[in-house]
Design a binder for this molecule. Structure first.
Ligand SMILES: Cc1ncc(COP(=O)(O)O)c(C=O)c1O
Length: 372
């Protein structure tokens, strides 16, 4: 029998065919010619001044409010280093980005989850939790959330921003997927709504590629100084060579065209996912994102994520453990489907295999469904 090609619905990585390698090669040589010493020397810990200026202008803020670093995840680590003490509470959506949960736990914090709905966190639960638990900060992914694909409505953003002002909360808004909207209207960022209470973080990982490790944060100037000190004590200065090349690529005006190319590549992949789910799993409860990298499926009652993963493995389909995205208990029936790095044909085939795996389990006696 011919071996089936493995399909990986596990990692939220960009499509390799999206990388602007030729433009980056040209930018690399120009950047080294123009800024060689700055790119090859240690530099300021918040990042190259011309790059911070460029991001500041793009985002409409003062350069002193911009911090660049080696990926946004490490900037979040600096925030944990600066702010968290063991036992602190951090409020997140439930589910949320699994690597953030790992970081919070590594710093001794207790993540407390607010149930996530199709249009963002349940705001009644959010209000109750932030009033009762006095979190050190609140971590939210309002646009095309990882892992669910949900986007927070404008009304919920305004409610959250108002609560942040009232209670003096620090909101950490993680928005790497925001530029990748395939349809519908953009909502304001939390940073737009509560600029003095929000630390906005984003990244070029999903725009150029993860290789340059260029992430950034926008915050109050005093918090940026504190984070830059943690950066200096960790790596002295960020990767100026990679960041200088990315800067030159941006300066040449490539970003808007690249975002349009990404949308043209990824929108049909999202559509392939939605139509395969409608065809092979019409009964499945799924999110219907308007952009980003992910959608999510709630498995039918009685069908466990772990059992589906092992059934899917037999069909050369790899799935992530849904429970990893939940700050507290839960996720037994949660499945994240990252679709951007797969072709529409692979997506169709992957979802067909997923539907077959789920159907097989539904035929199995209930006692065998929960695998450990
Ligand atoms: C929500 C979210 N935040 C942060 C990151 C990490 O981004 P970076 O590559 O900038 O560290 C990711 C990567 O997948 C992500 O999904």
């Amino acid at each position: 029998m011919q071996r089936m090609k493995p399909i990986l619905f596990t990692r939220g990585v960009p499509a390799t065919e999206s990388f602007p390698a030729k433009e980056m090669a040209e930018a690399a040589s120009a950047a080294l010619e123009q800024h060689g010493p700055a790119l090859l020397q240690y530099g300021p810990s918040p990042g190259l001044a011309f790059l911070r200026d460029w991001i500041a202008e793009w985002k409409g803020v003062e350069p002193a409010r911009v911090l660049t670093g080696n990926g946004s995840l490490q900037l979040l680590e600096f925030l944990c280093l600066v702010l968290l003490r063991p036992g602190d509470v951090v409020v997140t959506e439930s589910p949320t980005y699994d690597r953030t949960l790992t970081l919070l736990r590594r710093h001794g914090a207790t993540p407390v989850g607010v149930p996530l709905e199709a249009d963002g966190p349940n705001v009644e639960a959010f209000e109750k939790i932030v009033r009762a638990r006095a979190p050190r900060f609140v971590y939210l992914i309002p646009d095309f959330q990882n892992p669910s694909g949900a986007t927070c409505s404008g009304a919920k953003r305004r409610r959250i921003a108002a609560l942040a002002e009232e209670l003096g909360l620090l909101l950490v808004e993680d928005a790497p997927y925001r530029p990748l909207r395939y349809r519908g209207q953009e909502e304001p960022t939390l940073f737009d709504l509560a600029p003095g209470r929000t630390l906005h973080m984003s990244s070029f990982s999903k725009l150029i590629g993860p290789g340059p490790r260029l992430g950034f944060m926008l915050g109050t100037a005093d918090l940026i100084v504190r984070l830059a000190r943690a950066a200096e004590d960790t790596y002295i200065s960020p990767s100026n060579l990679a960041h200088g090349i990315a800067y030159e690529w941006c300066r040449r005006g490539h970003l808007p065209g690249q975002i349009e190319r990404l949308k043209a590549l990824y929108a049909p992949r999202l559509d392939a996912c939605l139509s395969a789910l409608a065809r092979y799993m019409p009964e499945a409860e799924t999110t219907r994102p308007d952009g980003g990298f992910f959608l999510s499926v709630t498995l039918p009652e009685g069908v466990d994520n772990a059992a589906v993963r092992s059934a899917a493995e037999g069909r050369q389909l790899q799935l992530a453990d849904g429970r990893a995205f939940f700050p507290e208990a839960g996720g037994e029936r949660f499945l994240r489907l990252p679709y951007c790095a797969l072709t529409p044909e692979e997506i169709d085939e992957g979802i067909r295999r997923l539907a077959d795996s789920v159907r097989d389990l539904q035929k199995t006696p209930a006692a065998q469904l929960v695998s450990h």
